[in-house]
Design a protein around this ligand. Structure first.
Ligand SMILES: [Zn+2]
Length: 128
């Protein structure tokens, strides 16, 4: 899948929904390519009291359920379809899933495509 195809898939999964006064979802969407060559999608889940999680971690959790921990590429978009970069929690989460994920590429610009590696977002890992 090309980055353009991953971006189209991520945008197709956007579906902002207000389920209740304390639960909304689908404002952010992510597509992740695992090292196994499979693609995983996820949307954000926002719940009251600080519960919930980001689209990237939603997609990565499904990947881990599938037995994979290493990520090759990630595309993430916000409610307007614009590219987003991972928050600090997602950066750390992905790095802790596998040290291989330091080389995972995030699409940061659409046209022309430009990527940044997770290691560029986490230049000084705390682990020894
Ligand atoms: Zn995040």
């Amino acid at each position: 899948m090309t980055y353009a195809q991953m971006l189209a898939l991520a945008r197709s999964k956007l579906a902002p929904r207000e389920y209740s006064s304390h639960f909304s979802a689908g404002y952010v969407s992510a597509v992740l390519e695992g090292a196994n060559g499979r693609y995983y999608t996820g949307v954000n889940l926002d719940l009251a009291c600080g519960l919930g999680f980001c689209a990237e971690r939603n997609a990565a959790s499904t990947m881990v359920t599938d037995g994979e921990t290493a990520v090759r590429r990630i595309v993430c978009v916000g409610a307007d379809g614009q590219l987003m970069t991972p928050c600090g929690s997602c950066r750390e989460f992905l790095f802790q899933l596998s040290p291989e994920n330091a080389a995972a590429e995030f699409l940061v610009e659409e046209d022309p495509p430009r990527v940044k590696k997770l290691a560029e977002f986490l230049p000084d890992p705390w682990q020894k």
